[in-house]
Design a protein around this ligand. Structure first.
Ligand SMILES: [Zn+2]
Length: 262
């Protein structure tokens, strides 16, 4: 029997926590996003605990085609090395899998150990406005985010669907020009804006959702202020205010892209 997770298009939230205090306490997990898109498996932002969160859900790293890193911060990159080694089947066979990351995650203080690079088929550097493909999936990194390190979000296209991952950033209008798609996944660390810290807050998310009008928006990457405010209640309020279905991700939640049909 065919594994259902490999036949449909799903996004599994291996963790929904973000920022330092949340990560240090693991009140919410920090494992990143696992995409299963028509048989192509892709991992985004393997934060601390990714190997634990993925294996306990029977998601096999040796089936991954690629790992994509939005930026080098620890809550996104903590498990890069163990996940690269697992994707490459321990480096025991022929080189396997691709790693995508911004240049500054690979240069002076690389997030990936040099000996692991030989286990991979290749490394691709993410740049503003570039397009990439992995199996039957393509994605672009439309715009550089405003964040203390080089950071990109991604807009994915499968044969049937489009969805965007708006990784860490301060709000700027370019976000609303760059990520139009059926599904928006937005990293919302703060309940209220906290300048000068370069993260999105709930009012920012509301503005983005209102402008881009996706079929569905999923909030994730919650810091402590979001967690205390109950993200699912915030999502419900945003749905009422915007008329768009807004969901708060939960650790382990699997979103089936067929929900975007019709
Ligand atoms: Zn960050």
């Amino acid at each position: 029997m065919k594994d259902k997770s490999l036949s449909g298009d799903t996004i599994t939230f291996l963790g929904t926590g973000g920022a330092r205090v949340m990560i240090a306490n693991q009140i919410l997990a920090s494992g990143g996003l696992w995409l299963s898109l028509g048989g192509t498996e892709i991992l985004i932002d393997p934060g601390p605990g990714c190997i634990v969160q993925s294996t306990k859900r029977k998601l096999r790293a040796d089936k991954l085609s690629a790992i994509i890193l939005s930026h080098r911060h620890l809550d996104h990159s903590g498990d890069v090395n163990v996940m690269v080694e697992a994707m490459a089947q321990g480096g025991l066979k022929k080189p396997r899998g691709w790693f995508f990351a911004p240049a500054d995650a690979l240069e002076t203080e690389p997030v990936i150990f040099s000996y692991l690079k030989d286990y991979l088929e290749g490394i691709e550097i993410l740049k503003e406005g570039k397009s990439y493909s992995i199996g039957n999936v393509s994605f672009t990194t439309p715009i550089r985010h405003i964040h203390p390190v080089e950071t990109y979000g991604m807009l994915f296209k499968t044969g049937e669907h489009t969805f965007s991952y708006i990784a860490d950033t301060r709000y700027f209008d370019g976000l609303c020009y760059s990520y139009a798609s059926e599904l928006l996944i937005i990293n919302v660390v703060f309940l209220e804006p906290k300048p000068p810290i370069d993260h999105l807050s709930v009012p920012d998310a509301k503005r983005i959702v209102t402008e881009l009008k996706p079929k569905v928006a999923i909030l994730t990457h919650f810091g402590m202020t979001m967690w205390r405010a109950k993200p699912w209640e915030i999502a419900q309020r945003l749905s009422q205010d915007t008329g768009i279905r807004v969901i708060a991700a939960r650790d382990g939640m699997r979103f089936d892209l067929s929900q975007l049909n019709g």
